[in-house]
Write a protein that binds this ligand. Structure first.
Ligand SMILES: [Zn+2]
Ligand SMILES: [Zn+2]
Length: 299
């Protein structure tokens, strides 16, 4: 699963060249929840058509972390949209109240972008704009949302079911001191710098608290710390170092490295993974894996 843009090709075959789409299944009923409609949802749609469709009409909820293109671009390719009887609830945050989720997601289906228009779809679709909070989804499943740090509003999700906790924290950049300055900088304000430091620490602590003791955490790891410092600050993504350290100190049991830098091929990704694992070996009980298209993780 790559971030930002699909990158198909021979160098991304192992971990996948599609953008964000998670399939979550809950309980004996195999209840389906989808997180994000990146280009990966096309393959998921094929699977749903084979596995779920024979059992009856598709009813599912989609939780969008945010509406950046790489997280919604697969929407028009979600085959069940074209089948009568499909019921789809789409949840997600909106940055500006006048910009509805229906407009942002649904407007991809107009002739200027796509050969089929939204009102030609056969599915029943409902849109729900989310803020921070906790919601009962019925059948023992709850979802809690937490604002993360990105250039637009992003929600982290925490799904709880039968004592198990699965969280997402992407796209997310660790909070930084917004008043960061050196004494030699013009207008340097020591008190503001100190305030900014405290504020950033507190915000980062809230995020850590959000996924505390999670059985599974899917976290943005687009950059290495070195890359982050070399011009990626403020782009809204985390480093491997930040995600690993933050998840470890939060008591996360399994961390999934996610939203891979699109320029990074499988070999490079694996190289970084091995190097980081060597550095933390014996220092944490947390297990870590690289997000891989089509891979199933049980919690
Ligand atoms: Zn993204
Ligand atoms: Zn984004």
């Amino acid at each position: 699963m790559r971030g930002s843009i699909p990158v198909p090709g021979p160098t991304t075959v192992k971990y996948g060249g599609n953008t964000s789409c998670l399939e979550l299944r809950f309980g004996k009923e195999d209840r389906l929840i989808i997180v994000d409609l990146g280009s990966g949802v096309r393959l998921l749609a094929d699977l749903i058509m084979k596995k779920d469709r024979p059992r009856g009409p598709i009813t599912t909820s989609v939780f969008l972390t945010h509406t950046h293109t790489d997280h919604i671009m697969g929407f028009p390719f979600f085959t069940p949209l074209f089948i009568p009887g499909t019921h789809l609830d789409i949840y997600g945050p909106v940055t500006y109240e006048e910009d509805t989720l229906k407009n942002i997601v649904g407007d991809q289906l107009q002739y200027r972008y796509f050969p089929v228009r939204l009102d030609e779809l056969r599915a029943e679709i409902n849109y729900f704009s989310l803020k921070e909070g906790r919601q009962d989804l019925g059948g023992g499943l709850t979802v809690t949302t937490k604002y993360l740090n990105h250039p637009i509003t992003v929600l982290g999700y925490k799904f709880e079911f039968e004592g198990k906790v699965v969280c997402t924290a992407y796209d997310h950049e660790m909070y930084q001191n917004v008043f960061d300055a050196k004494p030699e900088d013009p207008g340097y304000d020591k008190a503001a710098v100190a305030e900014g430091e405290i504020a950033a620490r507190e915000e980062n602590e809230k995020v850590r608290e959000f996924y505390k003791n999670a059985d599974l955490l899917v976290h943005d790891t687009q950059y290495t710390h070195k890359e982050y410092l070399a011009g990626k600050k403020g782009w809204g993504h985390s480093s491997f170092e930040w995600a690993i350290n933050s998840a470890h100190t939060a008591g996360v049991k399994h961390l999934v490295l996610f939203h891979h830098e699109p320029l990074r091929n499988d070999q490079e990704l694996e190289g970084y993974y091995k190097a980081y694992m060597a550095r933390i070996r014996g220092r944490t009980r947390m297990t870590v894996s690289i997000a891989q298209e089509g891979k199933t993780i049980e919690v």
